[in-house]
Ligand binder design. Structure first.
Ligand code: SF4
Length: 84
Protein backbone atom coordinates (compact mmCIF):
# COMPACT_ATOMS: atom_id res chain seq x y z
CA UNK A 1 0.00 0.00 0.00
CA UNK A 2 1.25 3.48 -0.85
CA UNK A 3 2.44 5.88 1.87
CA UNK A 4 1.17 8.76 -0.23
CA UNK A 5 -1.31 10.88 1.70
CA UNK A 6 -3.80 12.66 -0.47
CA UNK A 7 -4.32 16.31 0.42
CA UNK A 8 -7.45 18.12 -0.62
CA UNK A 9 -6.53 21.22 -2.59
CA UNK A 10 -9.85 22.83 -1.66
CA UNK A 11 -9.37 22.55 2.11
CA UNK A 12 -7.83 24.98 4.50
CA UNK A 13 -5.03 23.77 6.73
CA UNK A 14 -7.32 23.92 9.75
CA UNK A 15 -9.56 21.37 8.03
CA UNK A 16 -6.69 18.85 8.20
CA UNK A 17 -7.01 18.58 11.96
CA UNK A 18 -5.52 20.39 14.93
CA UNK A 19 -2.12 18.66 14.81
CA UNK A 20 -1.50 19.38 11.12
CA UNK A 21 -2.82 22.91 11.58
CA UNK A 22 -0.40 23.65 14.43
CA UNK A 23 2.47 21.97 12.60
CA UNK A 24 2.03 24.01 9.44
CA UNK A 25 0.85 27.35 10.80
CA UNK A 26 2.81 27.16 14.04
CA UNK A 27 2.24 30.09 16.33
CA UNK A 28 1.99 32.66 13.55
CA UNK A 29 -1.59 33.59 14.30
CA UNK A 30 -1.03 33.50 18.06
CA UNK A 31 1.74 36.13 17.88
CA UNK A 32 -0.35 38.69 15.98
CA UNK A 33 -1.04 41.50 18.46
CA UNK A 34 -4.65 41.62 19.60
CA UNK A 35 -5.03 45.13 18.14
CA UNK A 36 -3.90 43.88 14.72
CA UNK A 37 -5.93 40.69 14.72
CA UNK A 38 -9.23 40.20 12.87
CA UNK A 39 -12.33 39.53 14.91
CA UNK A 40 -13.52 35.92 14.80
CA UNK A 41 -16.45 37.04 12.66
CA UNK A 42 -14.22 38.78 10.10
CA UNK A 43 -11.74 35.88 10.09
CA UNK A 44 -14.44 33.31 9.43
CA UNK A 45 -16.12 35.48 6.80
CA UNK A 46 -12.85 35.85 4.91
CA UNK A 47 -12.14 32.14 5.03
CA UNK A 48 -15.62 31.36 3.72
CA UNK A 49 -14.67 33.34 0.62
CA UNK A 50 -11.34 31.52 0.33
CA UNK A 51 -13.08 28.14 0.61
CA UNK A 52 -15.09 28.98 -2.53
CA UNK A 53 -12.12 30.42 -4.40
CA UNK A 54 -10.40 28.61 -7.26
CA UNK A 55 -7.06 29.97 -6.02
CA UNK A 56 -7.17 28.04 -2.74
CA UNK A 57 -4.64 25.23 -2.77
CA UNK A 58 -4.30 23.21 0.45
CA UNK A 59 -4.41 26.28 2.66
CA UNK A 60 -2.32 28.52 0.43
CA UNK A 61 -3.36 31.16 -2.05
CA UNK A 62 -2.11 30.61 -5.59
CA UNK A 63 -2.29 34.36 -6.25
CA UNK A 64 0.22 35.38 -3.60
CA UNK A 65 1.58 32.19 -2.01
CA UNK A 66 0.42 33.09 1.48
CA UNK A 67 -1.26 30.84 3.99
CA UNK A 68 -4.77 32.26 3.80
CA UNK A 69 -5.46 31.54 7.47
CA UNK A 70 -2.60 33.83 8.50
CA UNK A 71 -3.58 36.51 5.99
CA UNK A 72 -7.20 36.40 7.12
CA UNK A 73 -6.16 36.73 10.76
CA UNK A 74 -4.52 40.12 10.16
CA UNK A 75 -7.10 42.89 10.39
CA UNK A 76 -5.48 45.22 7.85
CA UNK A 77 -4.72 42.47 5.36
CA UNK A 78 -6.53 41.93 2.07
CA UNK A 79 -7.13 39.36 -0.60
CA UNK A 80 -4.78 39.84 -3.59
CA UNK A 81 -7.77 39.33 -5.89
CA UNK A 82 -9.79 41.86 -3.84
CA UNK A 83 -12.43 39.27 -2.92
CA UNK A 84 -12.25 40.44 0.70
S1 SF4 B 1 -7.42 34.93 -4.08
FE1 SF4 B 1 -8.29 35.78 -2.18
S2 SF4 B 1 -10.16 34.59 -1.80
FE2 SF4 B 1 -8.86 33.43 -3.24
S3 SF4 B 1 -7.64 32.05 -1.95
FE3 SF4 B 1 -6.43 33.92 -2.32
S4 SF4 B 1 -6.87 35.22 -0.51
FE4 SF4 B 1 -8.49 33.65 -0.62
Amino acid sequence: MSEYKKICRRCLISDMGEEAYREMIGGHIDIIKAADRSSDELYNKRLEVCRECEKLNAGTCLSCGCYVEIRAAMKRSGCPAKKW
